[in-house]
Design a protein around this ligand. Structure first.
Ligand code: ADP
Ligand code: MG
Length: 688
C-alpha cells in the first residue's frame, strides 16, 4: 500500500506530479481520497417533483426550443413529462445542437435544478437524445465525485481508484483504531468502509450516503477527527515540555486587589481565576481558553492574571482586536493599576512615531510592566524584557498558527510566556473540543448578579418611525442608546456612508438629543473621543458601525437598535446585543429588518428573541451556518476535513476524545500512524 503511484497503469511522471498536488503519493493515499459527494443517477425524477438546488436525472419530451437574446445568445429548450415542465438553458451551443431539439424529441438530462424566470431550469445539463424505445440510462449505484485537481478528470480518478481498490484486496490498509473501540461502536472494518464509499453498491442507502450519515462514512469520519484531535494534543504535550516562568508569589497583592473591587466576584469568576493561578504557578506555559458569554466579566479575570504576573516580576501584555476595545482596556487597567504604582504602556498601529518610540523603549527596558494594545503588540520591532503572560481578548477567530506565533514572540531566557485566550463568542462544546484541543478550557458560566435578560424584538424597517420615537422617550428619561448600521459587503466606504445617512436622519428626527457617530474610517483619536463622550453621558444616542461589536462596556446604555439585522450572523447580533443589559435597568434590543425574510433569516431572528444564552445562540449559529462562520476557516487554519464535518459529526467528539486519551497512553505508534495517514507530512499544525 505504500507502493508508489507510478506503479499503477496510466500514471506517467506528468500525471504523478498533478496527483502530488492533491497530496497523493502512494497507493494508500488514493484509497483515502474519498468522494466529495455522490451523484444520484439511480433513478429518474419526475419534473413535478424537482427541488431547487438538487442534482437530478430527468427525461422529457421537447415542447419547443428557441434562441433568445439576454445580453448574449441563449438556447432555451422546454421539455415536459406527464408531471411538469422544465427549461434547459445553454449559453454555448452549435447549430447541430440547436437542430437536435425539435419538438417531440425525447431527451434525458442530468444537472442542477435552479429556479428560473419561468419555473425550474437546468443550465448546461449533461444530456442525451433518446432514440425510439431507448430508455434513459440510470446507473445501478451512486456515482462518486472526487475532489478535482486541474487536468485530472473524474473518469481518470475512477480508473485509478479502481486499481487501488483491487490492490487493497491483497493488502488491506492497517487497522489503527483499537479493536475495543470498533467493536464497541459497531464499526465496519476499514477496508470494507473504504470499498463501500468508493463504490457504493446498488442497494446502498442513498439518503444516508448523500447526507454523510452512513456507518462507513462515520467510521472514517471518526478516524479523521481522531487524527486531528491527536495531533492537537501532541502539540499541547509538546508545549508542556517547554519552560515557562513559574509564577508562585503575589498572593497578597491579588487578595488585596480582589478585596478592593467594587463588586464581589461571581462563583464562576473565582473558579476560573483559581484555574489560571494554578496554571501560572507551573514551570510550563499555560495555554488556556476562557469562554464566557458577553458581560460575564472576563476583563477583571484578565486583570487579576496580569497582576499575578507583574507581582512575580514578569511583564504581562493584553491584546485586543480593535482600537476601541484596546483603549477601553487601557482606561480600565489604568484605573485599576495606577493606585498600585503600575503604569500601563500603550501600543497601537495608529500611534505617532514619538509616542511609539517611547512605548517601545519602556517595553524593552522593562520599566513597562503591563502593556495594552492591538495587534501592533506582536509586530516586528517590539522587544520585551521578560514577557511572562500574553492575554488575547475577545478573539473569536484565531488559529493554531497564530497561537503558536504569539507564544514564540515572547520567548526569553525564562522560556515561553503563559498564554490566555478569551473568546468573544462562546463556542459549542463539541466544536471547541475539535478546534481547540491544544488548549485547556475554562468556562465562566454565570453572569454577575442583578443582570436582567435583554428583551429582544424584530421589527420591519417600515416601522422605523416608531423606533425613533422609542429612542426619543428612552433618552428623555435619562437612558442611552446605540443605533448600529451593518457592514455592507465588507466595504468600509459604503459602511461609513450607511452610518452617515442614519446619523443625518436621526439628528434631524431627534433635534433635542445629543447624537454621536463612530465608524471604522475615523481616526482612532476621533473614535475614542466619540466613545468617551458616550461613556460620560454627553452623547445620548451613539450611531455606530459594527466597530462597537465586541467588548464595549457602557452600563448606562439600555437600548440597542440594529439596522438590517437580517444580514448579520447570529453570534454577531448576540455580541451587539451584549452592549446593553450591563446595568441594573431593563434593557431592550430592536432588530430592524428589511422584509421579506427568508425562512432561515426568520429562524435566526426568532432564536435571538427567544434566548439570551450565548452558548445556545452559538450552537444554533453552528447548525445554521457551519463552523467556518464561527471560527473563520481561513484565519483559524481550521483544516478542510476530507470526510468529517464538525457540525454533522459533532456527536462523535466525546468518543473521539476518550479514544485519543486511551491511545496516547497505550499505543503511541498507532496514534502517530493515524496522524500521518490523515494529515500527511504537510505538518498542518506546525511542529507536529
Ligand atoms: P465581558 O466578559 O463581556 O468582557 P466585561 O469584563 O466587560 O464582560 O464585564 C462586564 C461588566 O460587568 C463590566 O462593567 C464589569 O465591571 C462588570 N462586572 C464584572 N464582574 C462583575 C461582578 N462579579 N459583579 C458585578 N459586576 C461585574
Ligand atoms: Mg470583554
Amino acid at each position: 500500500m505504500e507502493s508508489p503511484l507510478t506503479g499503477l497503469k496510466g500514471i506517467g511522471p506528468a500525471l504523478a506530479r498533478k496527483l502530488e498536488k492533491l497530496g497523493l503519493f502512494c497507493v494508500e493515499d488514493l484509497l483515502f481520497l474519498l468522494p466529495l459527494r455522490y451523484e444520484d443517477r439511480t433513478q429518474l425524477v419526475k419534473i413535478g417533483a424537482l427541488v431547487a438546488g438538487s442534482r437530478c436525472l430527468v427525461t422529457g419530451e421537447v415542447l419547443l426550443s428557441e434562441t433568445v437574446y439576454r445580453g448574449r445568445r441563449n438556447l432555451l429548450v422546454r421539455i415536459s413529462d406527464d408531471s411538469g415542465q422544465l427549461t434547459l438553458r445553454f449559453f454555448h451551443f452549435s447549430r447541430q445542437q440547436q437542430a437536435q431539439f425539435h419538438a417531440g424529441t425525447a431527451v434525458t438530462c442530468f444537472g442542477e435544478v435552479r429556479r428560473g424566470s419561468a419555473g425550474f431550469e437546468m443550465i448546461h445539463p449533461e444530456y442525451r437524445i433518446l432514440r425510439e424505445n431507448q430508455d434513459a440510462a440510470t446507473t445501478d449505484s451512486l456515482t462518486p465525485i472526487y475532489p478535482a485537481t486541474e487536468g485530472v478528470q473524474q473518469g481518470r480518478l475512477r480508473n485509478l481508484t479502481d486499481q487501488a481498490l483491487r490492490l487493497m484486496q491483497e493488502s488491506p490498509p492497517v487497522e489503527l483504531l483499537p479493536a475495543s473501540v470498533t467493536t464497541k461502536l459497531g464499526m465496519p472494518s476499514l477496508a470494507a468502509a473504504i470499498e463501500y464509499l468508493h463504490r457504493p453498491p446498488p442497494d446502498a442507502n442513498v439518503q444516508q450516503l448523500l447526507h454523510g450519515r452512513h456507518p462507513c462514512q462515520q467510521r472514517l469520519a471518526f478516524e479523521e477527527l481522531l487524527a486531528h484531535y491527536l495531533s492537537l494534543r501532541r502539540l499541547r504535550a509538546l508545549a508542556q515540555t517547554e519552560d515557562a516562568p513559574a509564577l508562585t508569589g503575589g498572593d497578597s497583592e491579588v487578595g488585596r486587589f480582589i478585596g478592593d473591587l467594587p463588586f464581589e466576584l461571581t462563583g464562576a469568576q473565582k473558579r476560573v481565576i483559581d484555574e489560571i493561578l494554578t496554571d501560572l504557578s507551573e514551570p510550563h506555559p499555560m495555554m488556556r481558553l476562557i469562554q464566557g458569554d458577553v458581560g460575564s466579566g472576563k476583563t477583571v479575570v484578565a486583570a487579576i492574571a496580569c497582576l499575578k504576573a507583574i507581582a512575580c516580576g514578569v511583564q504581562a501584555a493584553i491584546m485586543a482586536p480593535t482600537e476601541i476595545l484596546a483603549e477601553q482596556h487601557w482606561r480600565n487597567f489604568s484605573a485599576w493599576f495606577r493606585p498600585l504604582g503600575i503604569e500601563p504602556a500603550w501600543l497601537s498601529g495608529s500611534q505617532r512615531a514619538a509616542a511609539r518610540r517611547e512605548s517601545l523603549q519602556s517595553i524593552a527596558d522593562g520599566s513597562a510592566k503591563l502593556i495594552v494594545g492591538t495587534h501592533a503588540l506582536f509586530q516586528e520591532g517590539v522587544e520585551f524584557d521578560g514577557l511572562g503572560l500574553v492575554i488575547i481578548d475577545e478573539q473569536h477567530r484565531f488559529g493554531v498558527h497564530q497561537r503558536m506565533a504569539l507564544r514564540d514572540k515572547g520567548v526569553s531566557e525564562e522560556g515561553h510566556p503563559h498564554q490566555l485566550v478569551m473568546t468573544a463568542t462562546p463556542i459549542p462544546r463539541t466544536l471547541a473540543m475539535a478546534a481547540y484541543a491544544d488548549l485547556d478550557t475554562s468556562v465562566i458560566d454565570e453572569l454577575p448578579p442583578g443582570r436582567q435578560a435583554v428583551s429582544t424584538i424584530a421589527v420591519p424597517d417600515s416601522r422605523r418611525g416608531e423606533i425613533v420615537e422609542r429612542v426619543r422617550s428612552a433618552c428623555a428619561s435619562g437612558q442611552q442608546a446605540y443605533w448600529v448600521c451593518p457592514l455592507i459587503e465588507e466595504s468600509e466606504v459604503l459602511d461609513y456612508q450607511a452610518a452617515e445617512a442614519s446619523y443625518q436622519m436621526l439628528t434631524e428626527a431627534l433635534p433635542n438629543l445629543h447624537v454621536g457617530l463612530v465608524h471604522g474610517r475615523m481616526r482612532p483619536a476621533e473614535k475614542e473621543r466619540g466613545m468617551q463622550a458616550f461613556k460620560e453621558g454627553l452623547i445620548q444616542l451613539l450611531v455606530a458601525t459594527t466597530v462597537i461589536e465586541v467588548g464595549v462596556d457602557v452600563p448606562n446604555a439600555s437600548l440597542m437598535i440594529v439596522e438590517n439585522a437580517e444580514r448579520m450572523g447570529l453570534s454577531q447580533l448576540h455580541q451587539l446585543r451584549g452592549r446593553v443589559g450591563r446595568g441594573a435597568q431593563q434593557s431592550h434590543c430592536v432588530l430592524l429588518y428589511k422584509p421579506p425574510l427568508g425562512r432561515i433569516a426568520k429562524e435566526r431572528l426568532a432564536i435571538l428573541r427567544n434566548t439570551n444564552d450565548g452558548f445556545v445562540v452559538a450552537q444554533r449559529d453552528l447548525e445554521l451556518r457551519g463552523p467556518g462562520e464561527l471560527l473563520g476557516t481561513r484565519q483559524t487554519g481550521l483544516p478542510d476535513y476530507r470526510i468529517a464535518n464538525l457540525v454533522r459529526d459533532a456527536e462523535l467528539m466525546p468518543q473521539v476524545q476518550i479514544t485519543a486519551e486511551a491511545m496516547r497512553t497505550s499505543s503511541d505508534t498507532s496514534a502517530a500512524a493515524i496522524i500521518r495517514r490523515w494529515l500527511g507530512d504537510t505538518r498542518k499544525y506546525g511542529k507536529v
